[in-house]
Design a protein around this ligand. Structure first.
Ligand SMILES: Nc1ncnc2c1ncn2[C@@H]1O[C@H](COP(=O)(O)OP(=O)(O)O)[C@@H](O)[C@H]1O
Ligand SMILES: [Mg+2]
Length: 234
């Protein structure tokens, strides 16, 4: 479904992403983990056309995503829940959701999607008229996920959904990601939290210093002594 080949990204002379390849097949949840500064968000930005790579290819459903505007990628079924959530804090929960669904011309589909977000996160239904900026961090993350779902995607990218959240809320995020499976969504999950990623992902890539270092199932990675020493023994 998504294929990234030999991606290279430079910021001026700085090589942030060095020949990174990864693949996500339909129906999978794939994790990319790695420390701060590894280049994870840069890969996401290249996939979603926000950064122009200096090398390599990205294809989504067999078509290149490079130089494709974001609204066209949404139309093709790709959705991004960005790092830091990207909400409009001075708008209500419902208004934020409507922004996520702005490209839908079918109003009944839009209403249906909003209903399913409220089913996924009942607290958001209760707080639909509250300003997004006044919600707790965990609730804001629920709004961010809902905004992504309102684009009616087949494929969702989550960039560090657990960032800055309390352990109990991180657990809820894990449960939410599992629900993406029931919704038949394909997911690329970017995380620094290796435990969260390995509890939901089918396969995991480990990235550091701009390179893909390992790639395996979570079970096998968690038993790999080199992985444990380098990435899990913080
Ligand atoms: N716009 C930018 N200009 C210059 N350097 C950047 C920019 N964005 C990211 N970087 C650098 O690229 C590296 C990778 O960043 P990023 O992709 O955000 O990593 P991660 O998401 O894994 O934390 C870091 O060293 C970061 O400082
Ligand atoms: Mg990042």
């Amino acid at each position: 479904m998504l294929e990234v080949r030999d991606l290279e990204i430079r910021y001026g002379p700085f090589l942030a992403v060095d020949k990174v390849s990864l693949e996500v097949r339909q129906g999978e949840i794939v994790g990319v983990i790695g420390p701060n500064g590894a280049g994870k968000s840069s890969v996401v930005r290249a996939i979603t056309g926000l950064v122009r790579p200096t090398g390599g290819t990205v294809s989504f459903l067999g078509q290149s995503t490079l130089d494709v505007p974001v609204h066209e990628l949404i139309r093709r079924g790709l959705s991004l829940v960005p790092e830091g959530r990207g909400l409009f804090p001075m708008m209500s929960v419902e208004e934020n959701l409507l922004m996520g669904g702005y490209s839908l011309t079918d109003r009944s589909r839009r209403d249906e999607l909003m209903a399913s977000c409220f089913e996924l996160f009942p607290i958001l239904k209760e707080r639909r008229n509250q300003l997004a900026g006044t919600l707790s961090g965990g609730q804001q993350q629920m709004v961010a996920v809902s905004v992504g779902l309102m684009g009616d995607p087949q494929f969702c990218i989550f960039d560090e959904p657990s960032l800055g959240l309390a352990p109990i809320v991180i657990q809820q995020i894990g449960e939410t990601l599992q629900k993406m499976r029931q919704l038949k969504l394909t997911v690329l999950l970017i995380e620094q939290n290796a435990m969260l990623a390995s509890s939901v992902a089918d396969r995991i890539y480990i990235m550091s210093a701009g390179r893909m270092q390992f790639h395996d199932t979570p079970d096998r990675l968690m038993k790999n002594p080199e992985v444990i020493e380098k990435f899990l023994s913080a």
